[in-house]
Design a protein around this ligand. Structure first.
Ligand SMILES: Cc1cc2nc3c(=O)[nH]c(=O)nc-3n(C[C@H](O)[C@H](O)[C@H](O)COP(=O)(O)OP(=O)(O)OC[C@H]3O[C@@H](n4cnc5c(N)ncnc54)[C@H](O)[C@@H]3O)c2cc1C
Length: 373
């Protein structure tokens, strides 16, 4: 049985982000991934540039202005200080896997399904379909098996137009009149390519084909029929405030989505994974670190997100107005700090203050007696 200092389960965004930072370190590292290297889901990770991370050079496109539309009203989010950036996960995979290939201390095993992890004294025995290995630390990014009630479900089309598109408006949210919490998301992606996405926050199943039709209809109404689809993207992001908080003394550490890297009210995860990973590198180095999901700020944000998700679930139409008002009534920098998990206490207070108070207070009180989402 081979011994490693660190075993990382899952070679997705969080597993590879951690492995990348451990390249050429003193640790022996093994990454275990159950899918094959040729069967990776391509994703576009967008985020506001509010935190330094080692993959910045992979940004495909950046926007300095986003618009939000609701009931024929428009609000502009000024992103000139913190650009809205997008990374193609294919570029990320290529970059990290090449670096792993070139180094001697990190190994990666694809097509390897974990069967069992047994704790023995101070180490872990990891049993999988092809054998077993030993590790001092485990970082586990496998998805949560619990049933998560609310999801962000989206279907996107990357398109190229047969004509020049002038003054394309990058839209964070174009709320529709549907009786559900639904909006279109539209971004220029560089190389004359544009992403159009139909997005729901819902506890229901959604028909992918219908969502594709919605996107086509949206594009045709605004830009005509002259376009071709380059590729498609589908995603379901669990939206929950019930996260796995790691024990500070444990060497079995959950990372990525199940450990609270996903912001429950927005689905944004990529940048939080980068912050979380940097903290665990400090932990491995024996430095003072913070448990990403266990800070005062993250607990306050989870409470607030729980209230927002309950309102979205029960009153999808009202919640579109609430979200729209957040953009309309607050300074852009404050909103970006809030959406990027970096709000000050004053930001949080002002954002709550600018919300319709009656419904927010009602659901805040209710949240003490109901199970959180
Ligand atoms: C299409 C899409 C678009 C997104 N866009 C954005 C965005 O714009 N901005 C943003 O911030 N976030 C976005 N997200 C959310 C989030 O950033 C990603 O889901 C991110 O990939 C999460 O990283 P992770 O490591 O937690 O999970 P994953 O990347 O899913 O990694 C988990 C890995 O574990 C592997 N695994 C599972 N079970 C086992 C097992 N038993 N043994 C071994 N390996 C196993 C899986 O195959 C997978 O590779 C998006 C998500 C999707 C799906």
């Amino acid at each position: 049985m081979k011994d490693y200092d660190i075993v990382i389960v899952g070679a997705g965004c969080s597993g590879l982000s951690l492995a990348f930072r451990l390249i050429n370190s003193a640790y022996s590292v093994c990454l275990i991934e159950n899918k094959s290297v040729t069967n990776r889901i391509r994703k576009t990770w967008s985020y506001w540039d509010t935190y330094k991370h080692p993959f910045k050079h992979l940004d495909k496109y950046t926007n300095n202005k986003l618009s939000i539309h609701n009931n024929n009203s428009t609000s502009i989010l000024d992103c000139s200080e913190h650009n809205y950036c997008s990374i193609d996960s294919d570029d990320f995979d290529k970059h990290v896997l090449t670096k792993i290939d070139e180094c001697t201390n990190v190994e990666i095993m694809f097509d390897t399904e974990i069967k069992e992890i047994i704790t023995t004294d101070n180490t872990y025995d990891i049993k999988f379909n092809k054998g077993s290995i030993n590790a001092k630390y485990i970082f586990d990014s496998r998805p949560d098996r619990r049933v998560i009630e609310m999801r962000q479900i989206f279907k996107g089309l990357f398109v190229r137009f047969g004509k020049q598109i002038n003054n394309f408006n990058a839209q964070l949210m174009d709320f529709t009149k549907k009786s559900e919490f639904h909006f279109f998301y539209c971004l220029p992606m560089g190389d004359d390519m544009y992403l159009f996405e139909s997005t729901y926050y819902t506890s229901m199943k959604k028909d992918k084909n219908k969502m594709t039709d919605e996107v086509h209809e949206y594009i045709k109404q605004r830009y005509g029929n002259e376009y071709s689809v380059v590729r498609e993207e589908y995603g379901e992001i669990p939206l929950t405030t019930n996260v796995k908080i790691n024990n500070k003394n444990s060497k079995y550490i959950n990372i990525g989505i199940p450990s609270g890297a996903t912001r429950a009210s927005t689905g944004y995860t990529f940048l939080n994974i980068q912050k979380q990973t940097d903290e665990y590198i400090k932990k491995l180095n024996g430095d003072t670190y913070t448990e990403y999901s266990d800070t005062f700020r993250s607990r306050v944000l989870r409470k607030m997100d729980n209230v927002l998700l309950q309102i979205i679930k029960d009153h999808p139409m009202v919640s579109k107005n609430i979200l729209y008002r957040m953009f309309k009534c607050n300074d852009s920098k404050r909103v970006i700090r809030f959406l990027s998990d970096k709000p000050t206490l004053l930001d949080i207070l002002l954002i709550v203050w600018n919300m319709p108070k009656l419904i927010f207070i009602k659901y805040a009180i209710k949240s003490f007696t109901t199970r959180s989402i």
